[in-house]
Design a protein around this ligand. Sequence first.
Ligand code: F6R
Length: 608
Amino acid sequence: MCGIVGYVGPKLATPLLIEGLKRLEYRGYDSAGVAIMNGSGVETVKESGKITRLESLLSATPVVGTTGIAHTRWATHGQPNQVNAHPHVSQDGTIAVVHNGIIENSMVLKQMLEGRGYTFQSDTDTEVLAHLTQEFFEGNLEEAVIQALRMVEGTYGIAVISATDSHKIVAARKGSPLLVGLGDQEYFVASDVSAILAHTRQVVYLDDGDLAVLDRDGYRIIDLDATELQKKVSRVDWDLDQIERGGFPHFMLKEIFEQPDTIENTMRGRLLPDDGTSRLGGLNLTDDELLSFDNIVITACGTSWHSALIGENLIEELTRVPVEVEYASEFRYRNPIVNERTLCIVISQSGETADTLAAMREAKRRGARTLGIVNVVGSTIARESDGGIYLHAGPEIGVASTKAFTSQVTALLLFTLKLGRLRDMSILRGREIIDAMKAIPGQVRDILSRADEIEALAEEFKRASNFLYLGRGYNFPAALEGALKLKEISYIHAEGYPAAEMKHGPIALIDEMMPVVFIAPHDSVFDKITSNVQEVKARKGRVIAITSRDEPALKGKIDYEFRIPETLDLLGSILASVPLQLLAYYIAVKRGANVDQPRNLAKSVTVE
Ligand code: F6R
C-alpha cells in the first residue's frame, strides 16, 4: 500500500528520500511527493504517476535540506492526482504530513476545521491531520501531533515535520506499520524496512500507540501521554541484493527463480528425518498444548488464502483435526466458532494485511491461540501472534506473490508433520513425506530449467481474453492460484475451479476460444480428471495440461503439455504452481503489462 520514508541527519535528504521511495514503489504508486526543510521553511514537491516523474521535477528544481519526509500513494480518498498526493501541508504552510491508513472521522474533523477558518486543497482524509496539527501547535511538534491524534479515529502511520520546530521528525503509528531506522548520527522513519536497508539494519518497530521523535542527536519513543517507552532495537538480516533485481528483468521473475532456495530456506534446520517429524521452535506451544485443540481455523487473504486451502487438506488428511479456512475479511463479520480450544493459524506474507490482522485479533479476543505463518520478520502479525513459523523466503517485492506461496505450503507441511506425528501419523509416513520434501527444491529447479517451454506457450495464448484453470484435490487451490496470478498481472479474466465442478456451470463458457489449463499430474485423482479433460475437448476448448508422465488416457485430448516431476499428492501443488506462475509472467510481459507494478494493486493491503 502507500509507503513512507523520512530522514534527519547531516546528509542531503532529497536523494535519500527518492532512493527510499523507489524501494517502496512496489507497495503503491499512483503518486508521490517529498517535503524538505529547506532552511527557510517546509518545501513540498509532489507529482502524480511514477516516482521517476517526481525525480525529474526535483532534478529540474532541486530542494536542498537535511530533514525531510516522503510518500508513495495508493489512492483511497480522492483521485490519484498531484493535489491529492502527499505530503499535505497545514494552512500556514509550516507543517507537512505524510500518512498511510484511513482517518475515519475526517468529514467531522474537516467541518470543525472549516468552522475555524481552515480551507482544504485536496480530497484526502490526510489533510485534516496537517491542519489539526497546526491548530494545536505551540512550539513543540510532538505535543501538537499528540493533541491532533487524540481527535482522530481510524488508522495511521504518519511522519510530520514543522518549519518552526525544525530538524525534527515526529512519527506515529496506529494500525499502519512504521519503524525507525538508527544510523550513525542520522535517523530514518519508514513504513517498510526495504526503504532504508541501504543505510542501516538497526531498527525499532513501532507498536500501535507509539510516537517516535527523531532529530540529529537521537530518537525517543513515547506514548500518547508523552511517557517515554523503552523499545527493543532489532537487527534486520535481509541483504541489499535481496531487494534488488540481480540481473532479472522483473522482481517477479527473480522471485520465481529463487524458489528452489526459498523452499529450502523454509525447511532448513526444521526437518527431523529420523523421527519423521519437524522442529518448529517458534510455535511457543508444548506438545500437550498442541494436542489440546479441538479444531483449527486458518485465515488469510489472496494467495495466502490459497495456501490455507492446501493447509486444510494437509492437516485434515494427516492429523484428522477439523480445519476451517476463512477469508480474513469475512471472518470477523460473522460469528465464527472460535474459542480457547481453537488454534487459529494466520497466513500472511507481509504480516501487515489489515483484514488478516483484524481477523487474528478477533480470534484472540475469542480466546483462540494464534500462530502466524509470516515472511516479514518483525511485522505486526509476527509480533502479535502467540507463536509462528517464519518463511525465511527473503523479501518479496513483486506484487504478485510467488515464492511466498510455495514457502507457505512448505511451512504448512512442516506444521502438519509435527502435529501428525504427535497424533497417529506413522514414522514411516513422516519419513516418506520428508524424503519427498527434500526432493522439491531440485524438482523446482528442473521445472525452471524448462521455462522456455512455458514462454512458447505464452506466445500462443497471449491474446486470449479468458482462461479456466482446473484441478482436483491438492491441485484445486493450485488452479485458483494460477488463475489469480494470470488475472492480476496480465488483466486476462481467469477462473479457477475444482475440475469436476466445471460441468455445473462454467462448461457453458467453453468453445474454441477458451484455453483451459488442467493440472493433471499422475496422482490419485488423475483418472477422474481425464473425464473432465474429455468434457472440455468435446466442446472444442483448447486444453493445456500440466502432466507428469506420458498418459495414454490423454492421447488426442490435449493441445499443449508441460511436464512436472512426480511427487506425493500432498506436495503436488508446489510443483504445479511454478509453471503457472511462469505462464502468467510471460503472458503479461508479452502483453506489455507492468508485471512488478500491476494496475490498481499494492503489495501489502493495509486498509480494510
Ligand atoms: C496475490 C497477492 C495477494 C496477497 C494478499 C495477502 O499475488 O499477492 O493476493 O496474497 O494481499 O497478502 P499477505 O500474504 O501479505 O497477507
